[in-house]
Every structure is written in C-alpha cells, then in structure tokens.
Write a new protein. Sequence first.
Length: 217
Amino acid sequence: MTLGTQWVIDWVRACAAVIAEHRVELITLDRDIGDGDHGENMDRGFSAVVPKLDELADGATPADVLKLVATTLISTVGGASGPLFGTAFLKASVAVGSEPELDSAAVVALLRAARDGIVLRGKAETGDKTMIDAWTPAVDAAAEAEAAGQDAASVLAAAASAAEKGAEATEPLVARKGRASYLGERAIGHRDPGAQSTALLLRAAASVAADSSGTQS
C-alpha cells in the first residue's frame, strides 16, 4: 500500500489531537528540565495548522501539506519547538517531492529528511537528551523495515515503536544541549519533552496509516 495526501492531512489532525491530549504532560516534562512551555507551544502550533487544512487547493500533494505544517509551526510556535519541528516538516516536504503517493521508501526518506533537518538546525546528536534520541532510532527502524519489504504502514509502526523506546531512554541521560544542559546530573531521571512529543507524533502517523490500510484492504 501507499499513503497519499489524505493520510498526511489525517496525520496532522491526529497530531493536533494527541498534542492537545498530552499538553499538560508535555508542560510538566518541560517544567522539570526546561522552560515549561513545550506542551503549550506545540498545542498552539498544531491548533493553528488544522483550520488551514480546509484551505488546501484541490490536487494538493503530500509535500504541499507538509510544507503548510512547516510554515505554520515556524510562524506560530515559540521557543525551540517551532524552528525545529518546522524545519523537520519542511525538509520532509522537499524529500517527498511532487509524488502523489508515498511508498515505503518515500516514508523512510520523509523521516530521514525530517531528522536531518532537526540535526542541522539544532546541532544535536544521539545521546544529547533531545528529540534526536527519538528521531534517530525511528529512522533506523523505518529503514530496516523498508529493507525487509514491509509496507508503508508497517514502516511507520516500526518507527513509532522505536521513537517511544528512544524517548524513554532519555530518562537516564545527562543533557548536553538546550536549557536542560545547565542542570547537569539533575536532569537524570527526567524524560526529554521533545523526544516524547516526537514519539506522540510518530505514533499518530502510524495509527492513521494503519487505519488507512484497513480501509483499503
């Protein structure tokens, strides 16, 4: 199976819903080791995206939707979240090009470009206790699933599971980037909020893809 524009639109709506649902959790995580505004900022950004989805032109491609998300997040979200997630969606839009349907390889390209965009913007590496600790295992798992011949929905499911494990794995780490890095060992035991929101977004992508797969089967 492949995933088209409707999947991206439904994914974005699911992102807005799951971020709203976990807004307080993300605020609490960020309050422990950061500014405390991650949940509020992410909720504001995705809430701003949703009404714009109805304004998409007929024939919009997955890239068009991803670019809309990118520009909206960059323009409405404060702190580091807007530039980082905005860049992720922008690079993802470039990676998928003008294709109307995304196969497994295109999904991997989307995820890898998003991760690489965040690395380029934030200069973080795996082990720094940032969202990269969720993104990188997600990309690796997606690539492995694609190489094994899995369909697009299964690739996303693998990515989501890896991102969730990656977010959990940030808890024992000492932060080396961002405001959390000022805490030194006091950051140990706290989950990175950006890694957690990444896991939520990728699980939303996988869930929507699974629903699409069921509909098409």
